[in-house]
Ligand binder design. Sequence first.
Ligand SMILES: Nc1nc2c(ncn2[C@@H]2O[C@H](COP(=O)(O)OP(=O)(O)OP(=O)(O)O)[C@@H](O)[C@H]2O)c(=O)[nH]1
Ligand SMILES: [Mg+2]
Length: 364
Amino acid sequence: MQVGIVGPGLSGKTTLFNALTRGSAATSAYGGRREVNVGVIQVPDARFDWLVELYHPRKVTPATIEFVDGMGGQDAGERRGELGADFYATVRRTDALALVVRAFEDEMVPHPKGRIDPVADAHSVISELILADLQAVERRLERLEKLARGAKADRAQTLRQIEIFQRLREALEEERTVREVGLTQEEQAAIRDVELLTDKTIVLVLNIGEDQIGQETPATQAFAAYASEHGYTWIALCAKVEAEVAQLDPQEEREFLEAMGIEEPARNRFIRVCYDSLGLISFFTVGEDEVRAWTIRKESTAVQAAGKIHSDLARGFIRAETLPYERLHEAGSWNAAKEKGYLRLEGKEYRVQDGDILHIRFQV
Ligand SMILES: Nc1nc2c(ncn2[C@@H]2O[C@H](COP(=O)(O)OP(=O)(O)OP(=O)(O)O)[C@@H](O)[C@H]2O)c(=O)[nH]1
Ligand SMILES: [Mg+2]
């Protein structure tokens, strides 16, 4: 799973990337940097940490997400509101976008457009994504219409696709995203190969100033209203403080957060929000050898989960011994949970729930 960090110049993308990866990629007060930063980070999960404490396994494998920063589009051209071709090429390959816009004020870091307006910034980037989609949809429609005139055996399917793309064109022309159209799963499958940008999950990140942490301001209210109108998930955080906190060692970090009266760093919340809005959940496998978190899509079946671990487990699937994390946590050990009757045997079609601990019985 890959999340692309995008946004206008000098909005704090690289700073956020550093906060996420505890890294120190070069940021700049002038912009114009073109390095691509890629980092794989662990998805913070208190349940996973508890399982590791319980089993003391030889190997520990948490769930991860990859973040990519610096995907082009940050040159002078972007300042005029044009994202470069390389930008679209890289963005197309990501599974979701984190769109960082700026609410922080800092005289030393002039906003490229000379004003602080996060809603306008978000809107302007999304408009460009919409425009790119509109062009892609129009190109595809031309091809399909040619195909329909040629009238072969799959004419009905072609006409069906034309109908879907026309609906998309109409929405995009009205500045609505592909997401907002609300296609059925079948319709989504029919358009998937076009890889439309506004079909992706977009998480909005409002990068607030150090002095705005924990405050509700007219700016955050306006942003909340904008996000809810279009159905975007959003989060406010101060990238600069998050990046500083990420540099502390765990003990210092705990003390710092306690002193600030904060339960956990905002970057953890942000990572979980990304995971969640990608429609992902975790199930666990446990033992003395390894405690591991596995990432699957919501609604996945037990046999799909088994296949994630190994294709043999899916092929020879018999049953999935299933124990919800909460039950194990309450009972204190696997055996105690078993005695209490918490352990269930589930079949192939069982929909795996977030936090299930699975042990797959199989035979090949
Ligand atoms: N005061 C303040 N400054 C910030 C914050 N986030 C980022 N900055 C500063 O803004 C400048 C630009 O930050 P970057 O993270 O490089 O921004 P960027 O979006 O990656 O910039 P480009 O890649 O050039 O588009 C740096 O000097 C940061 O220190 C913040 O929350 N508060
Ligand atoms: Mg940058």
